[in-house]
Design a protein around this ligand. Structure first.
Ligand code: ADP
Ligand code: MG
Length: 299
């Protein structure tokens, strides 16, 4: 396991930011840590990167306990904090050189991370002259300097414009090909775009921990919108196998939901035929991940 979190609890005064949180991340996985603002994402990431300690429970990164083996943890983790502190007056190379000294990394690595993060065209500028997207690249380059096995990225795309967003997502995906990546976000689309798995946190508690494709499959309640050629009685519709709800949305148009994984469209056609009805149109309407996220994180 790359990251192992066991029963972590953390309070700030009387406020519980994390409440008995447990999960693990395998080598090479890209996991999205999703939750609304204030859910506890940054708090957990600070614990994993040894910036703060938990009240209860334990955590390890790359097999090293975050409390008893802090140095080893820091060696194996690259961290992009939420409010990435950059020195605006420093040149990109100068800033990376400063960090290379801190990490005791060979200077030749600076050019490697500049290449890796697509910083080459801006590498001669001062950080203060860079766009937010390029500043994030500098943050990522810094996190990658000591070539860590695990990357912990706290809301890496927040505040970026749509183009920068896509570029940084692609970059993370690319870097994630040979690293374990644990990234936080409050945007479900981000998880869809980058991650293999999603862990949803709400009010300090884990509410979902699933592979993305499993989540979609499981949460999908099949909704079929169908238009018949005449008035239909709901009691007849309720005889269709697996039917859960029926809603007459407009004239002869019905929204039918089913609790099953098998495709109900042919069954609805058969039903219409058997009952002397004609189908004028039929659509399968699936719940998207954004809706799933909203349901899971309702207060
Ligand atoms: P997220 O990153 O998911 O937005 P945080 O981990 O930053 O959430 O915060 C979780 C909760 O803990 C929030 O309610 C926040 O206000 C509170 N919190 C975070 N840091 C501190 C702190 N240093 N002192 C007091 N409360 C804090
Ligand atoms: Mg945060």
């Amino acid at each position: 396991m790359s990251i192992e979190v066991k029963n972590i609890t953390k309070s700030y005064g009387s406020q519980k930011a994390l409440d008995n949180v447990s999960f693990s991340v395998k080598n090479g996985e890209i996991v999205g840590f999703l939750g609304p603002n204030g859910a506890g994402k940054s708090t957990l990431m600070k614990i994993l990167t040894t910036y703060i300690t938990s009240d209860e429970g334990s955590a390890s990164v790359n097999g090293n306990d975050v409390e008893t083996h802090q140095k080893q943890v820091q060696k194996s983790v690259g961290y992009l904090p939420e409010h990435n502190p950059l020195y605006l007056d420093l040149y990109v190379r100068e800033y990376l050189g400063f960090n290379a000294d801190v990490y005791k990394v060979d200077k030749s690595r600076i050019e490697e991370v500049i290449q890796l993060t697509g910083l080459t065209p801006e590498a001669n500028k001062k950080i203060g002259q860079l766009s937010k997207g390029y500043r994030q690249r500098v943050g990522l380059a810094t996190a990658l300097l000591h070539n860590p096995e695990v990357l912990i990225l706290d809301e890496p795309t927040t505040g970026l414009d749509p183009n920068q967003l896509v570029e940084i997502r692609d970059l993370i995906k690319n870097i994630g090909k040979d690293k374990t990546v644990f990234l936080s976000t409050h945007i479900m689309q981000e998880v869809e775009a980058i991650c293999d798995r999603v862990i949803i946190i709400n009010n300090g508690k884990i509410v979902t921990d699933k592979k993305l494709n499993t989540l979609v499959k499981e949460q999908q309640e099949q909704t079929i919108e169908v238009e018949f050629d005449k008035v239909v009685d709901a009691t007849i519709l309720n005889t269709i196998p697996n039917i859960k709800t029926t809603k007459n949305s407009h004239d002869f148009i019905w929204e039918l939901t089913f609790e099953t994984e098998s495709d109900m469209r042919p069954i609805v056609f058969d039903f219409a035929h058997d009952n002397g009805l004609k189908i004028l149109q039929l659509n399968l309407k699936n719940k998207n991940l954004e809706q799933i996220f909203r349901e899971q994180t309702k207060k």
